[in-house]
Design a protein around this ligand. Sequence first.
Ligand code: ZN
Length: 235
Amino acid sequence: MVWAIFPVLAVFSARRPNGLPRFESRPFGRLEKTMNSAIPEPVTKLVEAFSRLPGVGPKTASRLTYYLLRASDDVSIALALALTNLKEQTRFCSMCFNITVEDPCPVCASSERDASLIAVVEEPLDLMALERTGIYKGQYHVLHGAISPVSGVGPDDLKIRELVERVKTGAVREVIVATNPGMEGDATAMYLQRELSATGVVTTRLARGLPTGGDLEYVDSVTLMRALEGRSELG
Ligand SMILES: [Zn+2]
């Protein structure tokens, strides 16, 4: 009997009372197990490691891993070296908390930047987005996140205390709150405004026009430039 030889086909051939084919996972489950045990551990380890990265699903993780297996040795060696150096050769800037090789970072160390103006951003990538506009000549402060009660991120998990200290001790004239538009970014902006009010510094927020729920990192330079120019004072 043909179904005895091809049990997978037998499952497809079995019909439900409503006439729809019955997709049983049984034979595929067995097949998957056999395949998994056939994959060498170093391969599954790399697939797992890729899967932990943001935006990378199991399929992409497998594709990347098998690409590296087929690619020439120098591709994987360059990647391994870059990953090792990433943590070894970088640190936080002790002033603005951006990622840097040298401390202080080139922006904080530059005499051409206006030290009395600080743009507060959530992530280093937001800082890069503001830099791309080419019009901002002040300094930065990277919070490394935003206040989010849902994710359990409070003010103490961010570089807020360091910002307040910086404003208190330095000759800062204005703090531009450039957190992402949206609930978390707005909550962070409100908290910052309250914390900074005692220092007497002018606190401004980027103008609306930025997409709500969006990420500063993905906003085009013109929109970001307008938002920067049209910033308004908080409070
Ligand atoms: Zn810096």
